[in-house]
Design a binder for this molecule. Structure first.
Ligand code: ADP
Ligand code: MG
Length: 266
């Protein structure tokens, strides 16, 4: 049975554009329905990772903890950021469970250690065992602040988590975000932007050039961070970047039906 690692972008599940710390509960409800429907039609195992939006990025920026945690105020910021992400995570878990989905929280700060912002140890055995116990279980992770051997603590983005999980679980990766894939320029700013249907080793460098870090507050470098995370995992990952805002797209993507977006095969 296939395993899919699914990212729900922070820009989709929160009011990120308005930089308001609130979850889009209606969108979460629809996405949970699509997950349940895909599951009923035979979609395999699912591991879910969600982004942070204003629940993470603005707190990291306010407390000046993007480059490490040392002072008492930074430690307070670390705890405040983690606590804020737990709040968002509970809303995501609640939406999933309301549809009868068996969602289990796996806080990254409890199973992962970084060094200079790079993932070092990631204890994925609980995820593997829960999926083997019952394929209906959906482990849920999220962008978080975690212990860092050199910097005290640092941010691990949802995008890095999906790349790491895709590699470690040999899973397909679905990167759901708020635009229909990767474009030749930011489609929200440049009307001449054209979709890039496929990225492989041949055009990776050229596409990376054209992808800018996000315009919103996103300490994990927006679309560029996603592509960098996928490229860094060097794993022959099969990835689809697609628009979660499009009704039905998540369900179709989980069932391997056609969806507008960018396929990445590196
Ligand atoms: N070349 C590009 N192609 C697609 N999106 C881009 C590009 N350059 C910048 N972006 C921006 O990246 C954003 C997605 O990244 P991000 O804001 O981090 O989303 P998420 O919340 O899903 O992590 C899009 O909303 C888009 O405005
Ligand atoms: Mg992002």
């Amino acid at each position: 049975m296939e395993t899919t690692v699914l990212k729900l972008g922070g820009g989709v599940v929160t009011e990120k554009d308005a930089n308001r710390r609130s979850a889009r509960v209606d969108v979460l409800r629809r996405l949970a329905r699509e997950l349940r429907s895909a599951r009923e039609q035979g979609a395999g195992r699912i591991v879910l990772v969600h982004g942070a939006g204003p629940f993470g990025h603005s707190l990291v920026a306010e407390h000046g903890i993007a480059d490490g945690v040392a002072s008492p105020r930074q430690v307070e910021g670390f705890v405040a950021t983690h606590a804020s992400m737990r709040e968002l995570d509970e809303l995501v878990l609640g939406a999933l469970r309301a549809e009868g989905l068996l969602a289990v929280a796996l806080p990254p700060c409890a199973c992962l250690v970084q060094e200079r912002r790079a993932v070092r140890d990631f204890f994925v055995e609980p995820i593997e065992r829960l999926l083997a116990l019952d394929a209906r279980i959906i482990p849920v992770l999220y962008g978080d602040m975690v212990a860092d051997r050199a910097l005290g603590a640092s941010v691990v983005s949802g995008d890095v988590l999906v790349a790491e999980l895709g590699r470690r679980l040999r899973a397909r990766v679905l990167l759901g975000t708020d635009v229909p894939g990767i474009f030749t320029a930011d489609p929200k700013r440049d009307p001449a932007a054209r979709p890039v249907p496929r990225i492989d080793r041949g055009n990776l460098a050229a596409v990376l050039e054209s992808v800018s870090p996000a315009a919103t507050v996103d300490v994990t470098r927006g679309m560029r961070g996603k592509l960098e995370a996928i490229a860094a995992s060097l794993a022959g990952l099969e990835v689809l970047v697609f628009d979660l805002g499009e009704q039905g797209a998540l369900e179709r993507a989980l069932l391997r039906r056609p969806v507008a977006g960018t396929e990445i095969l590196l």
